[in-house]
Design a protein around this ligand. Structure first.
Ligand code: NDP
Ligand code: A1CAB
Length: 264
């Protein structure tokens, strides 16, 4: 039995992903404090919504998808119910396995994971790192579970804050670029629907090419940049406005915020 504790944006994306890839709703418990949302989850997914204490007693794998700020309170509640034969998978940004372990009793195995919302469409990217008591079998179990909603990579825990800044928050950067490009098209008089279609398919096509060609992004960008042409003119403006530095600084800020979240 799997329990998802906290079915907000990420928890629900994982829930939907797991069910759409063949997990039986009867094997999935969900904890969600807001009554209305709990009713929606029952109706939409056919899962049982139970209090956290009951999920902790019944599930062998618990996925904790609460806000980092709510995590310690929850762990203090359910910790005493968890034994070393369970697996706790936390997707919370910043919260280290040692913080999680400190609030659990004994030697409960903990895996820290960082998924992203494309899990909802089976195209997620998740990184996982093992805590002190998690053996390979626990990492395997977490990996099997999360690979139903996309790709999974094992990383040393010291990289998890950078993972969070790159792939955890990453979808938001691409949506931000998409939004900006669409608005630019609209500004130039193009119907919104046309701009949305052009931009969305350009992002999908570019991402597919990046993955399938195995080429470095610079090589792919050069192939778009005809001598004396439009792309070079555009890229010069991006460089002039410091977009590269802005991205690097943004990703560093996300990494730093992730570190801060572990401090409470
Ligand atoms: N969103 C994303 O793209 C990603 C998020 N994450 C991580 O996932 C976690 C959740 O983030 P996100 O989904 O964005 O946030 P949300 O606020 O959407 O989700 C948090 C959910 O937890 C519920 N909740 C609060 N307290 C409890 C409790 N005691 N027991 C059970 N459920 C509780 C909230 O209910 P209510 O609304 O009623 O308070 C809400 O549904 C965070 O730790 C975040 O770092 C990781 C990767 C990507
Ligand atoms: O914004 C956040 O804090 C979470 C973690 C990664 C993506 N969303």
């Amino acid at each position: 039995m799997i329990a998802i504790i906290g079915a907000g944006k990420m928890g629900e994306a994982l829930l939907a992903g797991l069910l759409s890839t063949g997990h039986d709703p009867a094997d999935v418990l969900v904890t969600e404090p807001r009554h209305e949302h709990a009713q929606e989850l029952r109706a939409r997914y056919g899962v049982e919504v139970v209090p956290a204490g009951s999920a902790a007693e019944r599930a062998d794998t618990l996925i904790l998808a609460l806000k980092p700020q709510d995590m310690i309170g929850l762990l203090d509640d359910i910790g005493p119910k968890l034994t070393a034969d369970r697996l706790v998978v936390s997707v919370a940004a910043g919260i280290t396995t040692s913080v999680l372990e400190k609030h659990l009793s004994g030697s409960v195995p903990v895996v820290r994971a960082m998924p992203n919302t494309p899990a909802l469409v089976g195209r997620g990217m998740t990184a996982v790192a093992a805590g002190h008591y998690a053996a390979d079998e626990h990492l395997d179990r977490a990996e099997r579970l999360l690979s139903t909603v996309g790709e999974v990579l094992r990383v040393p825990e010291r990289h998890m804050d950078t993972v969070t800044a790159l792939s955890g928050s990453g979808p938001a950067y691409f949506y931000f670029i998409a939004e900006t490009m669409i608005e630019a098209g609209v500004l130039m008089g193009m119907p919104r629907e046309t701009a949305e279609k052009l931009v969305t398919q350009t992002i999908v096509g570019s991402a597919t090419m990046l993955r399938e060609s195995g080429e470095h992004p610079v090589v792919l960008r050069e192939a778009v940049s005809s001598p004396g042409g439009t792309t070079s003119a555009a890229v010069r403006e991006l460089e002039r406005h410091g977009v590269r530095t802005a991205f690097t600084d943004a990703i560093e800020a996300a990494r730093d915020r992730s570190r801060e979240l572990s401090e409470g």
